[in-house]
Write a protein that binds this ligand. Structure first.
Ligand code: PMV
Length: 323
């Protein structure tokens, strides 16, 4: 099934790897509770360089092992050999912005460590990256990590596409499938307001367990399922309508933010549809531009205080940089 997605081969240190960020189109938060989600890998990425060293450090910081839970969790789960390593990273993905900077770091570094310990196939790398992120964050779904391992458009728990793999946690099982790329350009814009994914996920979990929560979860699920189908057949106007509906649901569970709403409002004249993307409570918006109005949209978002990027799906997932 996953023949199209090459394994990570065995290599020796020093080596370098990279992984893309991601943009969630439909279904964030609800996916944590087993509902469908649609995500694509974006053409902003993180590059990781790993070499043997006297002490383990991240970007020259020896304290990172203690202070950075993603680094610590990756070392614990993917570098069992334990010999000290120097890790250096360069990233174009804004941090804590909902665009997958931690998933890219985890999957890129896990790919490098796994390569240096005999290689790994992609389904195992996806499960390992999810376990590492869960270990660091305590909560979450495999949507981000599976997307940055697979590249392209990915559906979690939905769609008719080619099955890629299944990811398991003690509570849930998620089916990961390919969605065909409709060839669209998207615009994302960061509010500049950082936030904690784990805090937002816990707050939404409480809301979804309260009266009316199961009905909201069902509506999230329906919206994402319809969204996966609409993207799969390239139906922009349905996607635009579903982006609006998904944003209403995200508002209802309390993860919108005045700066997100301001960007969505500013985008309106040049957008077919827009919503927050990622955990919300700050972070970023994703906008489907009116074709031909991409530059106007970027100007509007920048004038409204956002940091906009035109993004295209990155077809390849985490991989080694081979010379
Ligand atoms: O904001 P990010 O990039 O951490 O995305 C979080 C997406 C959630 O659905 C809120 C959590 C998850 O793990 O799926």
């Amino acid at each position: 099934m996953t023949d199209l997605l090459p394994s990570i081969p065995a290599r020796e240190l020093p080596l370098s790897s990279h992984a893309p960020g991601k943009c969630i189109v439909f279904g964030e938060h609800a996916v944590v509770h087993g509902a469908p989600e649609l995500v694509f890998a974006i053409d902003l990425s993180t590059q990781v360089f790993v070499t043997h060293a006297g002490t383990t450090r991240l970007n020259s910081d020896a304290e990172a092992v203690r202070r950075n839970s993603f680094f610590r969790s990756t070392l614990e789960m993917a570098w069992k050999d334990g010999r000290p390593v120097e890790v250096r990273t360069v990233s174009r993905i804004p941090k804590a912005a909902g665009l997958g900077s931690s998933a890219a770091f985890v999957a890129g570094l896990a790919a490098a460590f796994s390569s240096a310990t005999g290689g790994i196939d992609r389904p195992a790398l996806a499960q390992r990256s999810f376990d590492i992120e869960r270990g660091a964050q305590g909560v979450g779904s495999p949507g981000d990590t599976s997307t940055v391992v697979a590249g392209g458009y990915v559906a979690i728990n939905g769609g008719p596409g080619e099955p890629l793999w299944t990811i398991r946690s003690p509570e849930h099982t998620w089916q990961v499938r390919r969605v065909s790329d409709p060839g669209w350009v998207w615009v994302v814009a960061y509010t500049g307001v950082p936030r904690s994914t784990a805090d937002a996920v816990r707050a939404v979990g409480i809301r979804l367990a309260a009266p009316g929560g199961p009905e909201l979860l069902e509506e999230f699920g329906r919206t994402a399922k319809d969204g996966i189908d609409a993207v799969g057949r390239g139906d922009r106007s349905t996607v635009a309508e579903l982006l609006r509906r998904n944003q209403e649901l995200l508002r209802a569970v309390g993860v919108s933010h005045p700066r997100l709403e301001a960007l969505i409002e500013a985008a309106r004249p040049a957008a077919e549809g827009a919503k927050l993307t990622g955990a919300g409570a700050g972070g970023s918006v994703v906008v489907l531009p009116i074709p031909g109005k991409e530059s106007e949209l970027v100007r509007r978002l920048a004038r409204a205080g956002g940091l906009p990027f035109v993004v295209r799906p990155a077809p390849g997932g985490a991989s080694l940089v081979e010379s």
